[in-house]
Design a protein around this ligand. Structure first.
Ligand code: HEM
Length: 450
């Protein structure tokens, strides 16, 4: 049999969508390694790309911005109409004027505004904010003795935290949470996207008038002088880049911690170690960082034609057989879960603090937490980019809530899984119109009287 790299026909492309890939991505990366450092894949039906699975080659691409651009307006197949405009992967790939899709000086300008603003976060305050949101969410289900930790906890915590970090008043925050959740769940995405844009523009206008101690105001004040559209685009990107991976870091680490390998039903692992292991072996962003070679290039013998998508498999690179186990232990940070090069995640430290605090708070509040279903029956969400559980059902001894649940966002009989749909219209003064029904953010504000 000849080298599979020389048979890159449509039929040979490995699909990175569907249940088979979601059930066992590791087996797919192993098969792709037969092609060499990079292999032909399909990200969605008809969307062709090359996936880099070798650690060394992944670093080479990530660290060579002159040869591998991020601006997806270069994408030839899209420009030539060979990609369906309703393809589910397009929202993660089409050009937007934000850090992720820009190169050179434009990227530097936008990234500086983002990194300087994130750099103003106070670590102690961030920890306290996470604890308060964690307590609030725990109160929604601790008396039930059972919960779906992914949808009742890991999904909502980062959404509510971003409301706090962005300095959202009640009305804007409820709409932001509901519409962002709808986008992630693929529900009425176009309408949700319009709503999201509208409420972020309101937030920007509000912070221009009344700046506060929050990321939105710091971006507004930043010397790079972002205009309203640019501000909105960086806020969308921050939420998009932050919420989904944070949810999955918390979910995947909880699964590891709850995986029974002892009579207690717990793995007995430290939370920090579980987070590290997830970042190495099950990174929340499994495959992303789409690059477009500016000219025809060869990567370890694999041809990469100009202006075709080259995607980095962070998961594949981290589990590259060339990296020994000692590598994981001795060079903790050598994994690529945070990316590398000019687009590496600027929120690595806060993101780890958020996950650590959220998990510790939960385990301390519900010490006898165990999985409610056999581990093998858990399902993973299909899709090429993320590594995400569908649900994480658990049980525990019912525990009285820490605070009154007077301000519950949904009726008591309704499980707290899906944030309520848009519940109110923001007034022109920044979203303070009276609520018809409480959303997650306004009920959180009520409980904590913020
Ligand atoms: C578990 C949580 C997180 C993980 C695993 C993660 C991972 C990553 C990775 C792999 C990249 C590189 C993407 C690429 O090269 O295209 C990235 C970029 C980025 N991340 Fe994170 N991230 C996390 C949380 C966050 C949070 C909480 C924020 C915001 C507060 C954030 C903001 C960003 C931004 C702005 C970029 C783009 C940087 C650029 O293109 O210059 N991330 N992240």
């Amino acid at each position: 049999m000849g080298c599979p790299a020389h048979h890159t026909t449509q039929a040979a492309r490995m699909p990175l969508y569907g249940e088979e890939f979601a059930a066992d991505p590791g087996a797919v990366y192993d098969r792709l390694r037969a092609y060499g450092p990079a292999a032909p894949v399909e990200l969605a039906p008809g969307v062709e790309a090359t996936l880099v699975t070798e650690h060394e080659s992944a670093l080479r691409v990530l660290q060579s911005p002159a040869l591998f651009a991020r601006d997806s307006r270069r994408w030839k197949a899209l420009a030539e109409g060979r990609v369906a405009l309703d393809s589910p992967v397009l929202p993660m790939m089409v050009y937007r004027p934000n850090c992720l899709f820009t190169d050179g000086t434009e990227h530097l300008r936008l990234r500086k505004a983002v990194t300087d603003s994130l750099g103003r976060l106070n670590v102690n305050r961030l920890g306290r904010d996470v604890e308060r949101i964690a307590d609030y969410l725990l109160d929604q289900f601790s008396e039930r003795g059972m919960a779906d930790l992914l949808n009742d906890y890991a999904k909502l915590l980062p959404l509510l935290l971003f409301n706090q970090l962005f300095g959202c008043p009640a009305g804007i925050g409820d709409r932001l949470t509901a519409n962002m959740a709808a986008i992630f769940d693929g529900q009425d995405v176009m309408r949700a996207n319009e709503e999201l844009t509208a409420c972020l523009m309101e937030l920007v206008a509000l912070k221009r008038r009344q700046p506060g101690n929050d990321i939105t105001s710091w971006l507004v004040e930043h010397p790079s002088g972002l205009n309203d559209e640019e501000l909105k685009d960086q806020l969308v990107m921050l939420m998009g880049a932050g919420v989904e991976p944070e949810r999955n870091l918390i979910g995947n680490a909880l699964l590891l911690l709850l995986s029974a390998d002892s009579s207690t039903g717990r793995s007995g692992m430290r939370v920090e170690d579980a987070i590290d292991q997830v970042l190495w072996n099950n990174p929340p962003i499994a495959n992303y960082a789409t690059h477009f070679p500016v000219q025809d290039v060869e990567l370890g013998g694999v041809p990469l034609p100009a202006d075709t998508p080259v995607v980095i498999s962070f998961a594949g690179a981290n589990t590259d057989p060339a990296l020994t186990e000692a590598h994981q232990v001795l060079s903790k940070g050598a994994h690529l879960a945070w990316g590398a090069g000019p687009h590496a995640c600027p929120a690595k430290d806060p993101a780890q603090l958020i996950a650590l605090t959220a998990i510790e708070r939960l385990l301390n509040a519900l010490p006898d937490l165990t999985l409610a279903v056999p581990q093998g029956s858990l399902r993973w969400r299909p899709g090429p980019f993320h590594r995400a559980l569908v649900a994480l059902p658990v049980r525990f001894s019912p525990t009285p809530g820490l605070r009154t649940a007077a301000a519950r966002p949904v009726t008591a009989s309704q499980p707290a899984t899906v944030p309520p749909a848009r519940t109110q219209t923001a007034s022109s003064s920044g979203g303070t119109a009276p609520a018809k029904q409480k959303g997650w953010w306004s009920s959180f504000l009520d409980v904590f009287r913020l």
